[in-house]
Design a protein around this ligand. Structure first.
Ligand code: ADP
Length: 268
């Protein structure tokens, strides 16, 4: 289980998160929601151990993240950033192989076992056919899937190893509708087939409603609501956090909540 306990964080003098407590159990999918600037990415970075909380602590299976050696943590917990920009013309296979870094010594090159794992992860994300393509030439959706393959390649492949956690930052931002659906299906499949715990941050309420069992809703760095998706995504919480009147109902075919923003509260 991944847990943030009363974490606060500031960039210099600017306080950004205040006493946030959230957790996700093994195999769960937690969505971190909130308007732009509410602190979602910062919380994700704290959960990943990329930033250190000023107060409170983050733990994985009861052990403080700071007690883990970097490599040991990276073999259990991987982050997919919002956009993956690369300076050089790496191929798709190179990018997937980069995920193997926590398994290599300082001057060690990837071996056949690493190549095999990188290819398996491309396969798992539906990108094996792109192996030789320069990463820079891919569409947004393809890039996102390759970035997920690279993150998956970080993990220990031994089935007896403890659970792994994938942290996704706005995985569908800037993708067209078909690519958004592909990513959603991929995330759902990773949970089912690969025992992966997922935390994703997004400002897309419908994406969160479709995928997540639990949500944490941030507002200006504080936790406005947290709990099961149907408890958090209500007209009242949406009005309170986004200042928007919305229609929230259960979609018959998907049996998931859908959110239709109607008007801002000022215009009501
Ligand atoms: P979100 O992901 O919800 O848009 P962020 O966590 O990116 O929110 O940002 C929260 C706040 O912290 C914003 O006010 C943002 O301007 C500020 N912030 C984010 N990154 C930095 C940084 N590296 N230095 C200073 N302020 C930052």
């Amino acid at each position: 289980m991944l847990r943030a306990d009363g974490v606060s964080f500031a960039y210099g003098d600017e306080a950004v998160l205040d006493e946030i407590t959230v957790s996700v159990s093994e195999g769960g999918l937690l969505g971190v929601l909130g308007p732009n600037g509410s602190g979602k990415t910062t919380l994700l970075k704290l959960l990943a151990g990329l930033l250190t909380p000023a107060r409170g602590e983050v733990s994985l299976d009861g052990l403080r993240l700071h007690g883990f050696a970097r490599g040991a943590l990276a073999r259990r917990l991987a982050v997919v950033p919002q956009e993956t920009e690369l300076i050089f013309d790496y191929t798709v296979l190179d990018v997937a192989l980069m995920g193997r870094y926590p398994h290599l010594g300082p001057f060690e090159f990837e071996g056949p076992g690493d190549l095999d794992i990188a290819r398996r992860m491309l396969d798992a994300t539906g990108t094996a056919h792109l192996e030789t393509r320069p990463f820079r030439t891919l569409s947004g959706g393809e890039r996102q899937r390759v970035a997920i393959a690279s993150a998956l390649a970080q993990f220990d492949t031994d089935v007896s190893s403890p659970g792994r956690v994938l942290l996704l930052d706005e995985p569908t931002a800037s993708l067209d509708l078909a690519a958004q659906l592909d990513i959603m299906a991929l995330v759902a499949r990773l949970r089912e087939e690969h025992r992966t715990t997922v935390v994703l941050c997004t400002h897309d309420l419908n994406l969160a409603a479709r995928l997540c069992d639990h949500l944490a809703l941030l507002r200006e760095g504080t936790l406005a609501a947290a709990g099961r998706t149907d408890e958090v995504l209500t007209r009242d919480t949406i009005a309170g956090v986004y200042g928007v009147e919305a229609d929230v109902h259960r979609h018959e075919a998907t049996d998931r909540l859908t959110v239709l923003p109607l008007r801002t509260k000022e215009s009501a």
